[in-house]
Design a protein around this ligand. Structure first.
Ligand code: NCD
Ligand code: ZN
Length: 347
């Protein structure tokens, strides 16, 4: 079989992205909007997006920051706290403002200080969401100091997710940015109301990329990349055609100096070449035929939204990823910085 020289698919969506706010938002949103029609926008601003009004206002700021000529629909999420009000969440969902709500265990990641300290505290919200058909996006890591950081996702499945789905079996759950074979197995064996997003970095790198030959802060994100066997399990899951797995970049920009620091921020800015990065994986796995499903069909199907009618094309042309990108507000080091990818998104 000869390798195709281009591939055209329905325009994809990004089911997990951090667009930030202010000047950073203005600098990064175009990187997402040029490739993706819609994106699930994470609410971990400071302060977090907890109310319908705050989400509406944030949505307006995003739309105002989208560069001329690009069409982009931000899908907003509510940041769950111990004090979240079930009625506010459901109202936001019914009004079309909150597409989903996001569970950050308190202290798990960037701007998660106001997150949930005990899942029992949001039980009323989760029941109301299940009733309303409102999806829950989950950052699936426990935060207890006694749990090794490389085990935090696996332990979260047993301590939080399994009991949660037993108690609220109808809840629609997206296990975000999964990083382990255990998460893949859990999603596979769960009902059709449980799905997962997978990032490009977790398909490309294992923890060696972060730690061998020197510490590499630009390969650090949360959940942290795991052993090779987990990366391989993720690649199999993403490329096997299962509707339970779909694209979510978790693009999470932080200024270069905030990453290259004695206490560097977690997050990888992968938006600029996200589609090229994913497509490389599908090609290497001999699964180009499933690329459109993963990028453009499984996400809308899970969220109950129509697929996009427009198409995008990627060409087999060398694509040099810059070593850094000046977005005005900051200098950002993108995922694959300095590498040459073999596909290029056609604008
Ligand atoms: C994200 C961020 O920077 O907001 N960081 C990350 O490493 N992925 C938060 C998150 O999704 O965990
Ligand atoms: Zn994220």
């Amino acid at each position: 079989m000869t390798a195709p020289s281009s591939i055209t698919i329905r325009r994809p969506d990004d089911w997990h992205v951090h667009l930030r706010d202010g000047d950073m938002l203005k600098g990064v949103v175009g990187h997402t909007a040029r490739q993706f029609a819609r994106a699930i926008v994470m609410p971990n601003l400071t302060p977090p997006v907890t109310t319908v009004d705050a989400a509406k206002a944030y949505r307006e700021r995003i739309l105002a920051a989208v560069p001329e000529g690009m069409r982009f629909t931000p899908l907003m999420t509510a940041y769950l706290t111990d004090n979240s009000d079930p009625a506010e969440l459901v109202r936001g969902h019914k009004e079309g403002v909150f597409t989903a709500a996001k569970l950050y265990p308190a202290g798990a990641t960037t701007n998660s200080d106001s997150g949930v300290t005990d899942i029992a505290n949001i039980r009323g919200c989760l029941e109301a969401m299940a009733e309303a058909g409102m999806p829950l996006c989950v950052h699936g890591e426990v935060t207890s100091a006694d749990i090794d950081i490389f085990d935090r996702e696996k332990v979260f499945i047993d301590r939080v997710l399994r009991p949660l789905l037993k108690d609220v079996p109808q809840l629609r759950v997206i296990f975000e940015h999964i990083t382990t074979a255990e998460a893949v197995a859990f999603v596979d064996e769960s009902g059709p109301n449980v799905a997962a997003t997978i990032t490009p970095q977790h398909l490309h790198i294992n923890r060696n990329a972060m730690l061998v030959g020197g510490i590499r802060p630009h390969a650090y994100c949360l959940p942290v990349a795991k052993r090779e066997k987990h990366r391989l399990a993720l690649r199999r899951a993403a490329t096997a055609g299962s509707p339970k797995f779909f694209l979510g970049t978790d693009s999470a920009p932080h200024a270069r100096e905030a990453k290259e620091s004695a206490c560097g921020c977690a997050g990888i800015f992968n938006a600029p070449h996200a589609l090229e990065s994913y497509l490389t994986v599908f090609e290497d796995e001999g699964a180009i035929g499933f690329f459109e499903d993963f990028a453009s069909r499984h996400g809308p199907a899970f969220y109950g939204l129509p697929v996009n009618e427009e198409t995008v094309t990627l060409e087999r042309v060398e694509c040099e990823v810059p070593s850094s990108i000046d977005v005005g507000a900051a200098e950002l080091v993108p995922f694959h910085a300095g590498e040459t990818l073999r596909w290029r998104f056609r604008d």
